[in-house]
Design a protein around this ligand. Structure first.
Ligand code: NG6
Ligand code: CA
Length: 531
């Protein structure tokens, strides 16, 4: 199972990795069990040492997109080196195959399917996480951490969608859900407003260019990608994305104004990294532990990385965006060293959902892919129910705690982020109802146990569910019956009614074994029904 993993460039201890992997392979044959809480947290050897925590979340970065996970048409030396110093998971799952619901679950410890408004959010959506929700940021804050959200947000802002006055401080912000500081994009780089928000207001606000935003109609006289393609100096849309033009790239939604506050796509990654580093330095100077929810815009569309990467990848802009992601990781890692806190910082690197190649811009990605497989060995991709939609890269490094260069095949889910971090932060009590679906698999997340979660639940873009156990994958029938999403070419997987795959037999979901294993399918369907 791990043969495809390329450790050639890594300083790992291969003997150690292989031994631990063998143990994990045995665990893969564990039966389907729906037990209650895990015992994994019982002997946590972490209480004496509360680390800083950086939860670094890439956007749309696939399982197969980095060299430590087997990619060979792109190199990610900085991530590879972190993997060689920590534990790299081969069976880690996001809670949804799109951003907004995936991030909802990551921050709340509650399955996104329970919340009807967690579909892909417009840039003028209201804050999707109710202000009274006890999030991972609230928990870390209450445990004495200084907390920040930096980078891609995509969980809404303000109390009322479509009604925000972007020229004033917003009434509801990440500060209301536990973040002491934020420097964020409202949604994605392909959605207006194309400005950063810092502590509740537009960063670098330009009073000479008041901002207006609409997801319904254009503002009189403002050019659009649809009507003024001659103004698209950097990227043209392939589908959708033909509304307001900012920085020579048309977007989803309409906006007016912004002036000097508008971002330049080429600078987004540097801006995110430098704000994160400033925040880290400030916390260190004040002697406070910190928690950063650090979200890159890479490798989401529009992919338009800094000029320093231009022409460096045989895969064009998508390859450059992966290189820029790795570069960002390197900046953060270097800052940990120069601030003298690398040894006391837990770094988690993962992605919000699986990959997509053409997600709406003519950036050359499909033609330049070659034999690169963004989803690695898994079938499908973003939006869908097949594994590549939610089987994401995940690496955890906590010096002195995580074994070095371990590859763990344990089944893990991002739903456990809250409970794991709560153990690590020493936060013992939470308000009733907090993080209802999260369990403290601390030993597994830190690579000291290969205990798998009993199951991982994930939601596709049509809100249909899948259930993964160490051995099986069950796909419930979806509302969207198309086998392939036409714009992106992604196989969605939920056109089946319903399907079961034996993941021990093959990682590529091709052979639906539901008719020969009706009891397993029924057991898994029942688990989903009773969640
Ligand atoms: C889709 C967009 C896609 C991307 C996605 C959200 C179109 C045609 N496609 O609706 O480009 O923005 O939403 O991606 O508009 S996510 O990773 O933030 O969930
Ligand atoms: Ca995403």
């Amino acid at each position: 199972m791990v043969e495809s993993v390329n450790f050639a460039s890594m300083k790992s201890n291969p003997a150690k990795s292989l031994a631990l992997t063998a143990a994990a392979l045995v665990a893969l044959s564990a039966p389907v069990v729906a037990s209650a809480a895990s015992s994994a947290a019982d002997d946590t050897a972490t209480s004496s040492k509360r680390p800083n925590v950086i939860l670094l979340v890439a956007d749309d970065l696939g399982y197969g997109d980095m060299s430590c996970y087997g990619a060979h048409r792109v190199n990610t030396p900085r991530v590879d080196s972190i993997a060689s110093q920590g534990v790299m998971f081969t069976n880690a799952h996001a809670c949804a195959s799109t951003s907004t619901p995936s991030r909802y679950s990551l921050l709340t410890g509650e399955y996104c399917f329970r919340k009807p408004n967690t579909n892909i959010a417009d840039g003028d959506a209201a804050l999707i996480i109710p202000a009274d929700t006890y999030t991972v940021a609230d928990m870390m804050h209450d445990a004495g951490y200084r907390t920040a959200a930096i980078g891609k947000w995509h969980l809404g802002l303000g109390s009322e969608g479509g009604k925000q006055d972007w020229n004033k401080p917003l009434d509801v912000t990440p500060a209301d859900i536990g973040f002491d500081h934020h420097y964020i994009m409202a949604a994605t780089a392909d959605r207006v407003p194309c400005v950063f928000f810092e502590d509740g207001q537009v960063a670098n606000y330009d009073p000479s260019a008041p901002i207006e935003v609409s997801y319904r109609k254009n503002f009189p006289g403002e050019p659009t990608g649809k009507d003024n393609p001659e103004l698209l100096t950097k990227l043209h849309p392939s589908h959708g994305h033909d509304m307001s033009i900012v920085n020579g790239i048309s977007r989803i939604g309409y906006m007016k104004g912004g002036g000097k506050a508008l971002w330049r796509d080429e600078d987004i990654a540097d801006s995110i990294a430098s704000h994160a580093i400033d925040f880290m330095a400030g916390a260190v100077a004040d002697g406070e532990p910190f928690f950063i929810y650090l979200c890159t815009n890479d490798v989401h569309v529009p992919r338009y990385p800094h000029e320093r990467f231009r022409g460096l990848s045989p895969m064009g802009l998508r390859g450059e965006a992966i290189m820029q992601f790795d570069y960002t990781v390197g900046l953060i890692d270097d800052a940990l060293d120069s601030l003298g806190i690398a040894d006391n910082t837990m770094l988690i690197i993962t992605s919000d959902n699986g990959p997509v190649v053409d997600d709406g811009y003519r950036d050359g990605a499909p033609g330049l892919l070659g034999d690169h497989r963004p989803g690695g060995p898994w079938r499908g991709g973003k939006y869908g129910s097949f594994e590549a939609g939610t089987a994401v890269p995940m690496i955890v490094r906590w010096p002195g705690i995580t074994p070095e260069g371990k590859v763990s095949d344990a089944l893990v889910s991002q739903i456990d982020n809250f409970a794991v971090l709560a153990e690590i932060a020493g936060a013992e009590t939470h308000p009733a109802g907090a993080a209802p679906d999260s369990k403290p698999y601390v030993q597994t997340w830190t690579g000291r146990s290969d205990e798998s979660r009993d199951y991982a639940v994930a939601m596709a873009a049509d809100r249909s569910l899948t259930l993964r156990t160490p051995r099986w994958k069950y796909i419930a029938p979806g509302r969207d019956k198309r086998a392939v999403e036409p714009n992106t070419g992604i196989e969605l997987g939920h056109d089946y009614a319903p399907a079961l795959f034996d993941m021990n037999e093959s990682r590529f979901e091709e052979n639906n074994v539901i008719s020969s294993n009706p009891d397993v399918a029924e057991q898994m369907r029942t688990i989903l029904e009773n969640l």
